[in-house]
Design a protein around this ligand. Structure first.
Ligand SMILES: Nc1ncnc2c1ncn2[C@@H]1O[C@H](COP(=O)(O)OP(=O)(O)O)[C@@H](O)[C@H]1O
Ligand SMILES: [Mg+2]
Length: 365
């Protein structure tokens, strides 16, 4: 049973620095949970508390119904994979993978079969007699994974395990880690600052900032229904566009207005802000939520001067000045766009986001 629960957990380091505040989180058995946020937001601190490498200074950490606050690391049945791999340089791959089992005095034959099983799964069998300095980065990462797998823990903890790999390898290893999770049928808690990695791997994502949880939800929740501007801007590439403006009500329509621009807000937003004409708001438009448009400007289009055009394979990125704000969009190749010319873009109104100008919280979710 590998359900992990944080109840009002806080962490202050001995120097007084508060790295984590009032964390409440219930990680289900066999869940793939990703902790996501910028460097320094408290991800590793949280993971290290699960591992027992850092003590909990406030609140309770539970595994199932057992309070773990003071249980030493070797009694927690967790295995951790670090960004740095942390392999023993003078031991062979075989000995690196076997080490944890030897320390726990498993019988030799069992160690051998577990090491060979893990090596087969990770396709590193031919490398078992090599030392770490005879391996590529990707192979070292597999050895680090192997060392965790053979322990057959009920919880896998991974701290940015792919950060040292090149971009192509990182993407293929993502798929392998996902398969590993399915095969192992155990709880994974995975730390990353890479939003794409989080969106691909997670059952649920915890978005953190400066030691405070911003939002917990499925990748879909977090991407489609961000609770505040930080979450909205942390996920998505290129990042979501923000535009300052004000609400206006015209007949039965609720509009976002900024200079000449007027966009009709969709019913699910309009119903929440219909009584707030004049309120200062921030509109969010994701780069992919517009399309090239050749007709007249109307209520659901925006127009602006093209500042740059960047081809990206099947699509192109347009940088457009709309009412003095630089916006980035991703559109198809078909539109004829030239720097210095005008772009008229159809907005997918249903996918607009709206935030409060003062506290940057979503006005919709
Ligand atoms: N031993 C420590 N003493 C004091 N502050 C620390 C210590 N370890 C980490 N911190 C601080 O706590 C914050 C969170 O660190 P960390 O959990 O490592 O962030 P992340 O993994 O999200 O990059 C950072 O500001 C970091 O400087
Ligand atoms: Mg970290």
């Amino acid at each position: 049973m590998a359900r992990i629960k944080f109840e009002g957990v806080g962490k202050s380091y001995p120097n007084g620095f508060v790295a984590l505040e009032n964390l409440n989180l219930d990680i289900a058995d066999k869940e793939f949970l990703v902790l996501l946020g910028p460097s320094g937001c408290g991800k590793s601190t949280t993971l290290n508390m699960i591992a027992g490498l850092e003590d909990v200074t406030e609140g309770k950490l539970l595994f199932g119904s057992d309070v773990m606050n003071t249980v030493p690391p070797h009694k927690r049945d967790v295995a951790m994979v670090f960004q740095s791999y942390a392999l023993y340089p003078n031991k062979t791959v075989y000995e690196n993978i076997a080490f944890g089992l030897r320390m726990r005095k498993h019988p030799k034959a069992e160690i051998d079969s577990r090491v060979r099983d893990a090596a087969r799964r990770l396709e590193i069998e031919p490398l078992l007699e090599r030392r770490p300095d005879q391996l590529s980065g990707g192979q070292r990462q597999r050895v680090a994974l192997g060392r965790a797998i053979v322990r057959q823990p009920s919880v896998f903890l991974m701290d940015e395990p792919l950060s040292n790999l090149d971009a192509t390898l990182r993407i293929s290893m993502r798929a392998e880690i996902k398969q590993l999770h399915q095969a192992m049928q155990t709880t994974f808690v995975y730390v990353t600052h890479d939003q794409a990695e989080a969106l691909t791997l997670a059952d649920r994502i915890v978005v953190m900032r400066s030691g405070v949880v911003q939002q917990i939800g499925t990748p879909d929740d977090i991407y489609e229904r961000p609770r505040n501007m930080f979450v909205a801007s942390f996920l998505g590439n290129p990042p979501i566009n923000f535009m300052d403006g004000a609400l206006a009500v015209e007949g039965d329509r609720v509009l976002f207005k900024c200079g000449q621009l007027a966009l009709t807000l969709p019913p699910h937003i309009a119903e929440r802000v219909a009584s707030q004409a004049g309120r200062a708001v921030v509109l969010g438009i994701r780069a992919e939520d517009v399309a090239s448009h050749s007709g007249e400007l109307n209520g659901d289009s925006l127009q602006g001067r093209i500042l740059s055009v960047l081809p990206v394979g099947s699509d192109q990125f347009l940088e457009v000045d709309v009412e003095g704000t630089r916006l980035f969009f991703r559109v198809g190749k078909e539109g004829q766009h030239q720097v210095g010319g005008n772009a008229t873009l159809n907005v997918n109104l249903n996918r607009l986001h709206l935030f409060d100008k003062q506290d940057s919280q979503s006005l919709v979710w």
